[in-house]
Design a protein around this ligand. Structure first.
Ligand code: PMP
Length: 550
């Protein structure tokens, strides 16, 4: 048997003549005089950087939809943008469940909105608890679904609040065995998990629906942007129930940036940090006497059972820390969201772990998006690590790797620029952003050595002197024989140092000579890295200036 959507959808929704807004499905309205939607013709009063706010937004903003579809790996017809996953859950209930007749299955302990949305719609709620390993009880779910008019089964993977991934084999078996039921897999936390998304299986399994959101890994809970991924027919049904303009213009702008090249790089970087924090927290919590169990987690939170969770909750609250108390349904259990390194440290201290006070880390991450480039950069000045650099210009990547390596700091930089024009914008903007990021990481500059000096010699000789003075100045003395090295115009070499000096607020002096351009360029980046290493090194706690500020 295959999915028969005519039988699955509520008859009232199938019969509905959907509301058509003025420009709902119209082709791109740009280039038209817009006298069709009773808008105020005067441009918006809020000075936003995106589209004008006096106009209604596109019901499903095209640029955002294209980017989301690419990121989620399916065709645009299989994606619906919603106000968070919460709205996707509500739409599914309203489109498919007849009040008083149909049922939904949930598998507690799980995300509470499924049950609430079912009750609001007047659908019966059938609960099939997870087994002892927090996995789905596939046989029990199938039996329950066959007993009732079950339209929807909600599965959360990684599951909130237990944190574990659900096994895909079981989910796919369920979808195959119950072809007239929608199997909805909520992947709100999937970016934190190593598991692939089930979105890739939708094409072969038409009753599979996947929910995604920008609220978690992308750090945009305040933007309210989620997606329903499903076969195009299911998406078309949900659109009948969806409000006419569900994606406000500023939301579309922010979301579009988040799933652009720099945004994706930033997301991956933060996921890596939070995943490392998760491992550290698991290790540290293992040393808390009161902790009875830490549930395995593939998400950005940990479910922890304490001997006396009430006392822990009160103690944390007294220290100004809120965690989610789940003890009413899961005795002794608290859900701890992962915070920044400092926040996690404070949590551990409040739990009585005598950890060394967090050394204020000198990290920064920034994005820069213009019409020409989209770049993400992150540095950790106190952690030497192999640089992760991808600008699309292999030789420039190699130079930035030298800077990170010899600078002794962790550098992540991902850029997508208009290389079809030439490398100029990309190289320049990377240098600007890198300088800004280094400057932010240096903070007040208290404790830094400030000056650096080195001579790197080969047949080529490069001397780099730096002063992290807060005042930008660049001197470059050197000549190149050829116009480019490895696709990087040599005229951009001094330009990089100047851009870096400007945005970092530093005096950078480079002097170089030699025979081979490749050696000369490379030596100058290495020398600058070495100079930076000396200048950013912590050397006491004072601000190295009689002015008291830099
Ligand atoms: N699904 C799960 C499993 C969640 O935990 C949450 C929020 N806590 C949501 C969906 C809601 O996400 P959104 O912010 O996209 O509505």
């Amino acid at each position: 048997m295959t999915l028969d959507l005519d039988k699955l959808v509520r008859p009232e929704i199938a019969a509905l003549e959907p509301y058509r807004s003025a420009r709902g499905e119209a082709p791109d309205p740009s280039g038209f005089l817009l006298l069709d939607a009773n808008e105020n013709p005067y441009p918006d009063r809020l000075q936003g950087k995106g589209d004008a706010l006096n106009r209604y937004p596109e019901p499903q903003p095209r640029r955002l939809k294209a980017r989301l579809a690419r990121f989620y790996g399916l065709a645009e017809e299989g994606l619906l943008i919603t106000r968070g996953s919460d709205e996707g859950i509500d739409l599914l209930l309203r489109a498919f469940c007849r009040p008083g007749e149909d049922a939904v299955i949930t598998c507690p302990p799980t995300f509470g909105i499924y049950a609430v949305a079912a009750q609001i719609q007047g659908a019966a709620l059938v609960e099939v608890p997870l087994d002892q390993d927090c996995q789905l009880d596939i046989a029990a779910i199938t039996a329950a679904a066959e007993k009732t008019s079950t339209k929807l089964i909600f599965i959360c993977s990684p599951n909130n609040p237990t944190g574990n991934d659900m096994e895909h084999t079981g989910i796919l078996r369920l979808a195959a065995d119950l072809p007239q039921t929608l199997i909805i897999v909520d992947e709100a936390y999937i970016e934190f998990s190593g598991s692939p998304s089930l979105a890739a299986r939708i094409a072969g399994q038409p009753n599979l629906v996947v929910l995604r959101t920008l609220s978690k890994a992308f750090g945009l809970a305040g933007v309210r942007c989620g997606s329903v991924l499903a076969g195009p027919e299911i998406i078309a049904i949900l659109r009948r129930v969806l409000a006419p303009y569900p994606v406000p213009t500023p939301v579309a702008d922010a979301a579009c940036e988040a799933v652009g090249p720099a945004g994706l790089a930033r997301m991956a970087y933060e996921v890596e940090q939070l995943s490392a924090a998760r491992d550290q927290m698991i290790g540290a919590l293992g040393g808390v006497a009161d902790v009875q169990k830490i549930f395995p987690s593939s998400a950005n939170f940990l479910l922890v059972r304490f001997a006396d969770s009430d006392a822990v909750c009160q103690r944390l609250k007294a220290r100004g820390i809120l965690v989610r108390d789940l003890s009413a349904k899961l005795p002794g259990c608290l859900r701890l969201s992962l915070g920044t390194a400092q926040e996690n440290e404070l949590l551990l201290q409040a739990l009585g772990i005598d950890s060394a006070p967090a050394v204020c880390s000198r990290r920064a991450k920034r994005t820069r998006t213009t019409n020409e480039t989209s770049i993400f950069a992150a540095v950790d000045l106190d952690r030497p690590a192999a640089a992760v650099v991808d600008t699309g210009i292999a030789f420039f990547d190699h130079m930035l790797e030298q800077l990170g390596k010899h600078g002794g700091f962790a550098l992540t930089l991902k850029a997508e620029g208009d290389l079809q024009v030439d490398p100029h914008h990309t190289i320049e903007d990377c240098a600007i952003l890198l300088g800004e990021t280094l400057r932010e990481a240096l903070g007040s500059k208290a404790g830094i050595a400030r000056y650096g000096f080195t001579v790197a010699m080969d047949e080529a000789r490069a001397q780099a002197i730096i002063d992290l003075s807060g005042r930008a100045y660049c001197r470059f003395e050197g000549q190149f024989d050829g116009p480019s090295v490895g696709g990087m115009p040599t005229e951009l070499v001094p330009h990089v140092f100047r851009s870096l000096a400007d945005s970092l607020g530093a005096a950078i002096h480079i002097r170089l000579d030699g025979d081979n351009d490749h050696h000369k360029v490379e030596a100058s980046f290495k020398a600058l890295g070495r100079a930076l290493r000396m200048a950013i090194r912590r050397d006491g706690g004072e601000i190295p200036s009689t002015k008291g500020q830099l």
